[in-house]
Design a protein. Sequence first.
Length: 570
Amino acid sequence: MDKHRVAQVLDECGTLLELQGENPFRCNAYHNAARAIEQVEGDLAALVASGELADVRGIGDTMVQKVTALVTTGRLEFHEQLRAKVPPGVVEMLRIPGLGPKKIKAIHEQLNIADLAALKQACGDGRVASLKGFGEKTAQKILAGIDFVAQLGQRFRLDEALAIATGLVDWVRDHPQAIRAELCGSLRRRRETIRDIDILVSAQQSKDIMDGFIALPGVMQVVGRGETKSSIVIEPGIQADLRVVGDAAFPFALHYFTGSKEHNIRMRARAQDYGLKLNEYELAGAKKNVPCKDEVDIFAALDLDYIAPELREDTGEIEAAAEHRLPRLIELADLKGTFHCHTTWSDGAATLEEMAEAAKKRGLEYLGIADHSQSAGYAGGLSVDRVHEQHAEIDAVNRRLKGIRLLKGIESDILVDGRLDYPDDVLASFDYIVASIHSSFTMPREEMTQRIIRAVSHPRCTMLGHATGRLLLKRDGVHVDLDAVIDACAKHGTMIEINAHPSRLELDWQHCKRAKARGVRLVINPDAHSTTGLDDLRYGIDVARRGWLESADVLNTRRLGEVRALLAKG
């Protein structure tokens, strides 16, 4: 079990304890341990094996034992015991935006409600509103949250699904009977949220692979077991399907099960134009089969350049492949630096020097520091005096460190009227400014649009931060006309951030394509609040690739000297 999944289990233990009314200090011990594990540098299994895990701040003897069990066995008996004490429907209530463990506990105990259907009814008939500390407004918010959850279905964030899927695929690949194995479906195409995991393997016989797959650690339920397909539900409740094919059929099955459905329909139609039939088993005509060793051969047989999985959404990729004008998609190695990062000066977990060293370790040449601005009291926003103090410390760190350069930025709140969060003379002291919405999320669409347009039109605004402020699977973003905002950014030379934090992933890929078409430069930022947060840059690359972006479309593929010139917009 990798560190992300370990952190999830520990965090869920803390939440389950809250639902049972445990001492807050005990609950927080698990939440704090989860954060500490997420921020651990290096391989967690190696730390466990060497005993160095005990040296990690926030990990006491008890947590060392629990983390060791998770890493070495893939399960934690204490976690399973906690889950058994709380009805699954009560746990599902945690998905409702704004409804925390304390309120859920009150609803469950005082109204004997144990699932979303009963909760919806109790909100409608007034029982929830009558509870102490709730009221009619809270009941209406819960109803809206239940509708939000229903629309989403049982989905998981890209990073959560990928962490689980990677372990499963590695197991399949290492099986002695496996010839080839790959991820398929929306996870291979890097969709922002995932419903299930699809894995394809080629083998001469499937029995041993299927027997091992359904018996893996963490399997909560075996949905089905067959010779060619088996399905399991694995912690934390995501379904994983494994399909076995002969190796000759592997390229065709890989293409078919990667999707999307719309892309596959267009590919089948193109095959028909060539007098061929394309399906999950073969590419064949009336007189012959077309042998293909891999997906590249499939596309080549239809006179197409290879189409990367991220592009397979039927948004023009087949026409572009036929005309040899597919983009050379950006790659993680193209990034030379990044800009939206937080430190202990506001709500980050690492110091300036720690963040700089971590960026250098990851091969970056420069790192922009963008702590919160003065209005963000909730996040330790910087007063004007503290801005000056931070700039002095950045200068000192730059003098000490070689091979990495810190840039002076700020994540400026976009105030309700669209102003940035400091006077112009203070704004002028920064190398760049990330402007972001953090308040008044319910503002009407037209007002919100004008608010953001005013911010991005400011001469000192370098880039728009997380464009709508959404939190995937938790909160919808603000209501805004993003096309109008993109037009304003194009007019005023303002860049737009692709926020790579896996709970945000915006600007979304569709609007990335529109921004590129309007000549707006994009910036991939991790919104990192710790050193390990820098690793989220890879998810921003996924969004950029889905949005057809090349290296030239993204600011932070440039070297430091060019970046400085581009930041100094007129």
